[in-house]
Each structure stands twice: as structure tokens, then as C-alpha cells.
Design a protein around this ligand. Structure first.
Ligand code: ATP
Length: 354
């Protein structure tokens, strides 16, 4: 099941620790994402997998064999760059065939493989065109075709969709997923875009400051962030820091907030509440209910976002409702959520590595 096994990989550049004892496994056939803010080390990790960089310590194995001992050009690994680097004077099919020709494969085999892969990416009709006669999305597909035609065990993609505009980009996300599924090659994508990682990947490693904070399926990261960083980075969580009690999280200025059973009582923890889990209702005399004032309502078609200020809390709360929100700016509302719908994250703990 495991294709790549990364164990204790560290890499420093002078004073900067780009990777700090990174350990993770990438499974055969999965679409894996390395996600994190700029400078967190994701490109360095990708370059180590590609063979353009060596770690200071740690090991990387592919199918159990030492990958670090194999020079870049001999690895069964292909890297697709941000800029597609297509040859401008060559046709689409020549661009795709190039790598196979360099391997001196028989002509008939090259023709067959190129034809098949062009069909997979939907460019059969454009086979004779040059790159400048293609749209951005089509150029992207040529680059992909060129990368998968060599049938690598692992395909690395560095911010593959960042050059495309928003609409083409979401189309290409679907394409990329379909293609990965069809060719069955293990993909590792690097991105700083949370939504992109969530929509593409089977599993995501969230990185921060050279460390892996959590590796999980998108829905698990979303529902059960395990570190404060992940809770803040994935989605627009509403975050509260307080003390764990038997009845919920005790937050200074706000009182007792509904929270699931979690870390040890008396400990400090962070509560993450998804905007769509928040209920807004009429203010009653109920002592326990949290009160907020609506400061903004934005309608986005399918959903509405309601920003609320809470007395005693310095950050606005975000609530998301289906369709049109039934509250108005300035209104006072009761704010609630179910304890089990929120996630309790221990603070002061960094990095669950597997
Ligand atoms: P981005 O999304 O901005 O590309 P990243 O998460 O991919 O960021 P890396 O490119 O891996 O981050 O860089 C991690 C850290 O290591 C950064 O602080 C970067 O400045 C530093 N770094 C990376 N490569 C080098 C290098 N060759 N020389 C010196 N410092 C480097």
C-alpha cells in the first residue's frame, strides 16, 4: 500500500530550517497534497522527492528501496513545473512524444502511447497544433500528458493550477482528479490553496514552519483539526481559547461555550466552530445563551454569511446559512451550536506526525 515512506527528513539552508524532521507515508495510487503557507517547506520536500535536493538527515524510500541513492534522472518520478515549459516550435504530439523518443522506444509504441494519452486529456483534435495555438487550460493538459506518458510511479505537481484563471482552474481541478484516477499514477501536489487541496486530494499533509502538523483526509482535517494551526488554516473556523471543564470550554469574557469532551479538564484548549454549524435565533431570557450583534450580512447565492460581534470577544464570529439569512444588520441574536459539532484542539502541542 505504501509507495513512498519519508522518515525524519530535515533540511537546513544556513539559519533557515526548511524541513524539521518530517515523517509521512504516501500510498500507492493516491492523490496526495502538501499544503501550507509560503515558506513552510513544501517545495523543498517536493524537490527532495524529485532528486533536485538532498536532505541533511532522514530517509526516503520508494517501494522500500532507498530513493535518495538514485540520481534525479533515473528516478521513476516526474515533476510538472508551474510554468509548463513546453517546446514552442514543436506540435502537441511532438511535445508529448519527446520524453519517449529520448528513451529510444520503438516508433509504433511511441505513437500508440502518445495517441492514448492525448485522448485521455481530450486533445486528440489539437495534436498537430503548436503551444501558442492553445488556451491556457489546453497547454496545461499538454504538460500533464507529457508528464504521465512516461508512466512514472510518482508524479509531482508544483502549484499546477496557479497560472490559470478562476473558472478554468476549477474545471482543471476536476480534470486533474479524473486523469489521476484514470491513469492510476500516484500524484503529489504542492499548494498553498486550502480549497484546491481539499477538492483534489485523497489525503493532505498540512505543513507549518518545516513540520507536518497533520495528515488526514480533507473531511477529517475539516471536522477534526488536531493542532491550533490546522484549525486556523483549514476553512474559516471560529476559534476560542479557554479552559476545559466538565460542561464545556470556559472562555474569559464569554462564559461557558458548548464543547465536546476532549483534553484533560483544567487544561487550556482551543475550540473550533465551523460557520455552517452556528445557529442564530431570537434572544430569550436563557442565561446560558451567547448573544451577538449582527455587523454584516453577505449573500452569495447558495449561502449567506453573517458576521457577528460578541460582547467580550475581540474577533467577529462568522455564521453561514443556506440561502438567504433571516437576520438583519444591527439585530441582536442568540448564538448557539451543538457541543459535538465543534472541535476541541489541545494548545501547546505541535505536530501529530502520522
Ligand atoms: P512557497 O509556497 O513560497 O514556495 P514553500 O512552502 O514551498 O514556499 P520552500 O520553498 O520549501 O517553502 O522554502 C522553505 C524555507 O527554506 C523558506 O524559508 C525558504 O526561504 C528557504 N529556502 C528554500 N530553498 C532555499 C535555498 N536554496 N537557499 C536558501 N534558503 C532556501
Amino acid at each position: 500500500m505504501t509507495l513512498i515512506s519519508i522518515d525524519g527528513v530535515s533540511r537546513r539552508f544556513g539559519e533557515v530550517t526548511a524541513l524539521d524532521s518530517v515523517s509521512l507515508d504516501i500510498r500507492q495510487g493516491e492523490f496526495f497534497a502538501l499544503l501550507g503557507p509560503s515558506g513552510c517547506g513544501k517545495t523543498t520536500l517536493l524537490r527532495i522527492l524529485a532528486g533536485f535536493e538532498q536532505p541533511d538527515t532522514g530517509s526516503v524510500r520508494l517501494d522500500g528501496a532507498d530513493l535518495l541513492a538514485i540520481p534525479a534522472h533515473r528516478r521513476p518520478v516526474n515533476l510538472m513545473f508551474q510554468s509548463y515549459a513546453l517546446f514552442p516550435h514543436m506540435s502537441v504530439e511532438k511535445n508529448v512524444a519527446y520524453g519517449l523518443e529520448r528513451e529510444r522506444l520503438p516508433r509504433a509504441e511511441i505513437r500508440e502511447r502518445v495517441g492514448a494519452v492525448l485522448e485521455t486529456v481530450g486533445l486528440t483534435a489539437q495534436a498537430r497544433r503548436r503551444p501558442h495555438e492553445l488556451s491556457g487550460g489546453q497547454r496545461q493538459r499538454v504538460a500533464l500528458a507529457r508528464a504521465v506518458v512516461k508512466r512514472p510511479r510518482l508524479l509531482l505537481l508544483d502549484e499546477p493550477l496557479s497560472a490559470l484563471d478562476k473558472k478554468v482552474r476549477s474545471e482543471m481541478q476536476l480534470e486533474l482528479k479524473r486523469l489521476q484516477h484514470e491513469v492510476g499514477i500516484t500524484f503529489v501536489v504542492v499548494t498553498h490553496d486550502q480549497e484546491e487541496a481539499m477538492s483534489l486530494a485523497d489525503r493532505i499533509a498540512v505543513m507549518n514552519g518545516g513540520r507536518v502538523e497533520q495528515v488526514d483526509a480533507p473531511a477529517d482535517l475539516y471536522e477534526r483539526p488536531r493542532t491550533p494551526f490546522v484549525a486556523g488554516f483549514i476553512g474559516a473556523n471560529n476559534l476560542f481559547t479557554g479552559r476545559v471543564t466538565e460542561k464545556g470550554l470556559e472562555v474569559d469574557g464569554l462564559g461557558l461555550l458548548p464543547a465536546p469532551a476532549g483534553p484533560v479538564e483544567g487544561e487550556t484548549a482551543m475550540l473550533a466552530v465551523r460557520p455552517e454549524r452556528i445557529r442564530l435565533g431570537p434572544v430569550t431570557e436563557d442565561q446560558g445563551a451567547l448573544r451577538g450583534r449582527v455587523v454584516d450580512v453577505s449573500f452569495y447565492g447558495g449561502v449567506s454569511h453573517v458576521a457577528l460581534s460578541l460582547a467580550g470577544h475581540d474577533r467577529n464570529l462568522l455564521a453561514a446559512t443556506q440561502g438567504r439569512a433571516r437576520v438583519e444588520t444591527g439585530a441582536e441574536v442568540a448564538v448557539s451550536w451543538d457541543a459535538e459539532d465543534a472541535a476541541l484542539v489541545p494548545t501547546g502541542v505541535s505536530g501529530d506526525r502520522r
